[in-house]
Design a protein around this ligand. Sequence first.
Ligand code: ADP
Ligand code: MG
Length: 253
Amino acid sequence: MMILEAKDIKKSYGNRFNRTEVLKGIDMNIEKGEFVSIMGASGSGKTTLLNVLSSIDRVSSGHIQIEGADITQMKDKQLAHFRKNDLGFIFQEYNLLDTLTVKENILLPLSIRNMKKDEVDRQFERVAGELGIHELSGKYPNEISGGQQQRTSAARAFIHQPKIIFADEPTGALDSKSASNLLKKLQQMNVTSLSTIMMVTHDATAASYSGRVIFLKDGLVYSTLRRGGRPQEEFYKEIMNTQSVLGGVGVES
Ligand SMILES: Nc1ncnc2c1ncn2[C@@H]1O[C@H](COP(=O)(O)OP(=O)(O)O)[C@@H](O)[C@H]1O
Ligand SMILES: [Mg+2]
C-alpha cells in the first residue's frame, strides 16, 4: 500500500522579480513500512523536499497525498492538527525541552490526546524498551549525552505511532558510534513497528541502513537505489559510487 504519493512537486523561493526554483518537478511514491533515504549535494533541495512532504512548508505547485489525504489542499489549522497527530519528526538538533525530563519530553505528543494513563504507560514502555531509554527517563536533557538526547527525540517521534517519521540529518551532530546506534534503532523500529521512515542524510553509511536511496540533483530526482536482499556493505559501496558520480560528497552546510 502506498502511504505517500507526491506528484510534480515544485517549490520556489523569492519574489516575482527574483525567484529561485529549488524543486523543479519531483514525483515520489513511498510504500507503507519503507525506510527511505534522501541524498544529494549540499543545496540540492533535500531539506526543502522533506519540509514540503512533511507539511512544515507549502509547495509552490503539485500535490502530496498521505494515506489518500491531499495535504497541499489543507487549511493551516487542519494541517497543524494532521502534523501533530499523524507525523513524527527527528531533527539534527534534538529539539528537546530543557525544563522537562526525558520521559516528559517523550510523552509530549500524547498530551494533546485524551489518553488513559494505562495506555500512556504502555506506549512509553514500548518506545523506551526499543530505544533503550529506561535508565534515562528521570534525567534532564543537559544531564545526558548527544546520542542519548537523539534517542530521546526518536522515542518522542515514535510515541504516538505516526503514519510517517521524517528525519532531517538525525545523525548529523553525533559521533560515529552514537550514529550507528541510533540508525540500528531506527532500522529496528522500522521492522518491528512497521513505521515508515523518510530520512535526509549526506552520509552514505547512514543511508546504507535504509532500504532505498533517492538522490536529488538540481531540484530533480537523479536516481534511485534499492538495497534488495543485499548485504549492507554492498549497498553502502553502491551509494558511495553514485555519490561520487554526483559530486559534492560529504560537504554539508
Ligand atoms: N527559506 C528559503 N528562502 C530562500 N532560499 C532558500 C530557503 N530555504 C532554502 N533555500 C535555498 O534552496 C536551496 C536548497 O536548500 P536546502 O533544501 O536546504 O538544501 P539541502 O538540504 O539539500 O542542503 C539552497 O540554494 C538554499 O539556499
Ligand atoms: Mg538540509
